[in-house]
Ligand binder design. Structure first.
Ligand code: FAD
Length: 357
């Protein structure tokens, strides 16, 4: 039986907003902590957003605990503004982040969890996984996709519209990514927006701030066992950020239902007609990046881990933060991750202090 060397109290896997928010609350506990992040620099997945990506919430509603995101002059914060904020946040609190370090697996030992990386391991009494979803893009299967000779890329790897100028492009997916990328690509290419159902647009004055307030009301009602009816609209619905409003005014914000299958050089629609297609941009979302936890045998067929709040039910030394609704309402947003980052740090402190008794 391998015994743990003197384990560190907490290892946080990941260095994005969820990891930083959790570290912020842990640092007050005095527990020893290290963060292991696969990126070369701070900012998490925000470093990989496309050039024109903007938050759908204003700066004051996009802050993690302790330090407000500096305001921006014109509307919503850009990708670079978010990366700069997270970089300065990390410096401000002097978090111990090792990067680039990729965690490859986590192993159960008698008195600790052993966190393996490419070059060494860390033994920890508690592990927080905050690896987000960006590194796990989801592309739904359509028949014949392996035949298609054109280009395919996921929104996680989309940078700007220029490379697609003059091409015939399908933008597949009806969320914020789909709407924002369709708005941009339709300016330079023959773009068709494909969505499984009619996209839901939020009213022009509803942005991330309002969505967070609604998520908070829902969460409060849940805590008090009350049922509330709220206007339709959740985090997945399209926020009318300026580029999407401009696309609506240009008359391009119309979506068609999906094609049936691919051919070598295009797609076949349900009515049998065919279209030639050069590029498909999949704006079809993400799944939780949990591959590094596969070794613990906890991942269910939905690609998630059963949690009570954020604590893994079958491995009480493991917590999961920032993955979206299943790890806490609005937890995959900057403003929303604070609540579960705070409760996770409190649970870890409590669990390690009772373990010492
Ligand atoms: P990430 O930012 O993905 O950070 C995870 C970190 O873990 C990364 O640094 C990654 O390299 C690292 N990692 C992954 N696997 C490993 C491993 N095995 N070992 C070590 N490190 C690892 N939220 C908002 O609040 N407002 C918005 O307007 C908004 N817009 C969005 C637009 C898009 C297109 C997308 C995709 C998301 C948006 N979000 C928005 C949601 C959310 O804020 C981001 O997804 C954010 O990046 C989530 O932060 P995170 O810390 O959970 O994960």
């Amino acid at each position: 039986k391998i015994n743990a060397d003197t384990p560190i109290d907490v290892v946080i896997i990941g260095g994005g907003q969820a990891a930083l928010a959790t570290a912020y609350f842990l640092r007050r506990t005095g527990l020893s902590l290290v963060m292991l992040d696969a990126e070369d620099c701070p900012g998490g997945a925000w470093r990989h957003g496309w050039d024109s990506l903007r938050l759908f919430s204003p700066a004051t509603w996009s802050s993690i605990s302790g330090w407000m995101m500096p305001p921006v002059q014109d509307g919503y914060p850009t990708r670079d503004h978010v990366v700069d904020y997270l970089t300065r946040y990390e410096e401000r609190y002097q978090f111990a982040v090792q990067r680039p370090v990729r965690v490859t697996s986590v192993e159960r030992l008698a008195g600790a969890l052993r966190v393996h990386t490419e070059h060494r391991h860390w033994d920890a009494k508690a592990v927080v996984s905050a690896t987000g979803t960006w590194s796990h893009p989801h592309i739904p299967h359509y028949p014949g996709s392996e035949l298609f000779g054109g280009q395919q890329l996921h929104s996680a790897h989309y940078g700007e519209a220029q490379p697609f100028a003059g091409k015939r492009v399908l933008v597949v997916g009806g969320g914020n990514s789909g709407a924002q990328i369709l708005a941009e690509v339709s300016k330079v290419a023959a773009a068709t927006w494909v969505t499984p159902t009619e996209p839901l647009f939020l009213p022009d004055d509803v942005d991330g701030r309002v969505l967070f307030e609604r998520a908070t009301e829902r969460w409060k009602a849940q805590q008090e066992g009350r049922v509330i009816d709220q206007p339709v609209g959740g985090l997945g619905d399209v926020v009318m950020v300026p580029p999407v409003v401009e696309a609506r005014e240009r008359g391009v914000l119309h979506a068609v239902r999906p094609f049936q299958r691919f051919t070598r050089d295009g797609v076949v629609w349900p009515d049998g007609t065919q279209s030639a297609v050069d590029v498909v941009i999949w704006c079809t979302g993400f799944k939780p990046a949990l591959g590094h936890l596969a070794s613990l045998g906890l991942i269910n067929d939905e690609g998630r881990i059963e949690v009570d709040g954020t604590r893994a039910i079958q491995e009480p030394r493991l917590w999961l933060v920032g993955y979206g609704e299943w790890t806490g309402s609005a937890s995959a947003t900057l403003i929303g991750v604070t609540r579960t980052a705070r409760s996770t740090a409190a649970e870890i402190e409590q669990s390690l202090s009772t373990a010492q008794v």
